[in-house]
Structures are given as structure tokens and as C-alpha cells.
Design a protein around this ligand. Structure first.
Ligand code: CA
Length: 372
């Protein structure tokens, strides 16, 4: 059975008392007004002022009923955007989404790849998203017949400039422009025993930055967490929130119906007008990668003038170099570099030897001439 996770509403956990007390105060004020209206001896001017004030009061009550102020300073409309969402039974999917590769739809899920080798599949939103602040909730299932660490490769969620491309990054192109969130189920980097897989990580690409599949994208990741999502009996979900240039990823993989923090990073700058998508790929190892739903909520955020910035054209992350703990440059010479260094050294020594022999020959000849 599919669990419906409610939109992550920070206001669910806070403000209830404040909200109720405000409402009860307003209700009491309204009662006072009602009691006053019983008295018949009030002149018309007073009544008009009273009606005006009552209208203001009702407006305030209406606003408080619609919006709840969240603890981290933004209001959330809980406003599901249907054109960017993918929900069962996927009727009318063709209006808003395109399938590609081996992806297929049933009434229960969109299967990005089946549990078979060398498959790629994806689903892409057809309409670019111009929302400034949003939250994407993804309900998915990764399962297969293989034993642990003999399965792969995982799936990715996208908010990118490009769409409907194929390539080596979980079925999508490399050098992408925008955000990629990866649910990597296979550890390609054998040297690394620090992290347990499956591993969730995020990357912001600028069109030239490459995701290194053989190293599980560690050199370019913004952060992440272990998420044991595979072959488990309960539901698994992932939340990506982007608001006021802050990227937050939370997961619910333990069946507790509570979001666990995975990544929280300020200074992430993503242009508007990109496309949402999900993709997956299998290689020698495989799994079923099933997307059950993607729900996009618009977030309403209070912005100060400092938050307003010029329209971006290239995605970027503040202090990106400092985020990367993996020193790609310090790996020493590769075999290729070593080979050429030795070859050029030998040629250099040979040329030097020839020059010295020639010079010695001339010197010897000159000194012989001097004797005669
Ligand atoms: Ca991997």
C-alpha cells in the first residue's frame, strides 16, 4: 500500500498554540462586536465604522486561516502544482510528462528500469518551472533479486536546463546544467569504506562540471547521507526543498513517517525555467527502480530586498571549492603521465649526449689543428 506523506509543514509542529490563542482573541473580539450590535441606539456613522473594522477583522481571520507562519520564517501554501507532479493512477501523464528509454507505466508505479542489465529510463516534465521556492516530495521503491552490493546503479532526480538526454549519469547526460540528486545504490569507488551504500548525494552542475561515475561523484558532491532504501518492506521517500537559495534534502526510509535530515546547504543558486525529471540506469548489475509519485509544492516565502538578486543564467554554489574534501589534484602522476615523462627524459638525455659528442669532436679537431 502506498503511504501518503503530508507536505512537510513546519507549521504542523509549531505555532498551534499561538494560532489558537490569536484565533480565540479574535473570536472574543468578534463576540464583543456582536454584543454591541444588539444595542439599537447607535448612529449610522458608528455603524459604518464598525462594519469597516469588522471587515478588516474578518480579513485578518481569513488570512490566518489560510496561511500558517512557519518556524523557519516562510509561509507554506501547501500548494500542489499538478503540472509538475506525478501521481497515481497517472492519468493525463502525457500532457505534462514525457517518458523515455525503458521507462514504463503501470497503475501502481512508473518503472524507470526493470531488474535487467543495461537498461536506461527516465521521465521528464514538459513544462519549465518558474517557481522561485519549491519543495519536491518523491516516493519511490528500489528492489531486486540480487544480493546487497550486487545491484545497481540507482536513480537520480533532476532540476536541469536540459531534458530528455541519455548518458552515463544514472541514465542522463553528463555536464548537465542544474541540480542532480542521486540515490546511488552501488559503490563504484572500491577504495572508499567510509560510507555505506545506498548513498544519497546532491550536485549542482554548470554545464562543464563532470560527474565521475567511477568515483560515485564524490569530487563534485555538495553533501549527502546513507539511506538504506533497497529491498525494504516499508515506503521510502525523499524531499528536496529549495527556498531562498537554500537546498535541503530530507529522507524517510526507516518507515517512521518522519523526515530525517540528509543535507542542508545555503548559497545554492539555481536559475528558474528548468525542468524536473527522474532517471535511472542499470549496467552489469540491476534493480527495479520504481517512481510512485513526485509531488511539487509551491512555497510562499517572505523576502527582504537583500534576497532579491538578478536573474541567474548559470547555476552556482557559494564556496564550492571548500565543500569538496576530496583532493582530485593530489593523486600523483597517472600511468599515462609517468610514461611520457620517462620517454621525454630519455630523448632529452640522448639529445644532450649527441650534442656533447659533437662538441667534443670539434674541440678535439681544433686542438689537433693548433698542434700542426
Ligand atoms: Ca555508484
Amino acid at each position: 500500500m502506498v503511504k501518503e506523506i503530508k507536505p512537510s509543514s513546519p507549521m504542523e509542529n509549531m505555532g498551534g498554540v499561538l494560532f489558537l490563542s490569536r484565533r480565540s482573541k479574535m473570536a472574543a473580539t468578534m463576540n464583543n462586536y456582536n454584543r454591541m450590535s444588539i444595542f439599537p441606539k447607535l448612529d449610522l456613522m458608528f455603524n459604518l465604522r464598525k462594519i469597516h473594522e469588522l471587515t478588516c477583522l474578518l480579513t485578518i481571520i481569513f488570512i490566518f486561516s489560510c496561511h500558517c507562519l512557519a518556524d523557519d520564517g516562510y509561509e507554506m501554501d501547501d500548494f500542489l502544482k499538478r503540472e509538475y507532479s506525478l501521481t497515481k493512477p497517472y492519468q493525463g501523464l502525457g500532457s505534462y510528462w514525457d517518458l523515455m528509454g525503458n521507462a514504463m507505466i503501470t497503475t501502481e508505479y512508473v518503472r524507470l528500469t526493470p531488474d535487467l542489465q543495461s537498461r536506461q529510463g527516465a521521465v521528464w516534465s514538459r513544462i519549465p518551472c518558474y517557481l522561485r521556492d519549491w519543495e519536491l516530495q518523491v516516493h519511490f521503491k528500489v528492489h531486486g533479486h540480487a544480493k546487497k552490493n550486487l545491484n545497481g546503479d540507482g536513480m537520480a532526480l533532476w532540476y536541469t536546463k536540459e531534458r530528455m538526454q541519455t548518458g552515463p549519469v544514472f541514465g542522463n547526460m553528463n555536464m548537465f546544467t542544474g541540480l542532480g540528486v542521486f540515490v546511488d545504490t552501488y559503490p563504484n569507488e572500491n577504495k572508499n569504506h567510509e560510507r555505506a551504500f545506498p548513498y544519497v548525494s546532491a550536485m549542482v552542475g554548470n554545464g562543464t562540471l563532470a560527474y565521475e561515475h567511477d568515483h560515485d561523484g564524490q569530487a563534485t558532491e555538495l553533501g549527502g547521507c546513507t539511506a538504506l532504501v533497497r529491498n525494504i518492506p516499508h515506503d521510502t521517500s525523499l524531499l528536496i526543498r529549495y527556498t531562498r537559495n537554500r537546498l535541503t534534502i530530507r529522507i524517510d526510509v526507516e518507515g517512521t513517517r518522519e523526515w530525517q535530515d540528509c543535507l542542508d546547504l545555503p548559497g545554492v543558486h539555481l536559475p528558474r525555467g528548468y525542468f524536473f525529471g527522474a532517471s535511472s540506469a542499470t549496467g552489469d548489475l540491476s534493480d527495479n527502480h520504481d517512481l510512485i509519485s513526485m509531488k511539487l509544492y509551491q512555497l510562499t516565502v517572505e523576502r527582504s530586498p537583500e534576497d532579491e538578486e538578478e536573474e541567474l543564467t548559470i547555476p552556482r554554489v557559494d564556496n564550492f571549492e571548500q565543500l569538496n574534501k576530496v583532493e582530485v589534484q593530489d593523486e600523483g602522476m597517472s600511468g599515462f603521465q609517468l610514461f611520457f615523462t620517462i620517454v621525454f627524459s630519455i630523448i632529452g638525455i640522448f639529445v644532450l649526449g649527441v650534442v656533447m659528442v659533437v662538441m667534443y669532436g670539434r674541440w678535439k679537431e681544433n686542438s689537433r689543428k693548433r698542434f700542426y
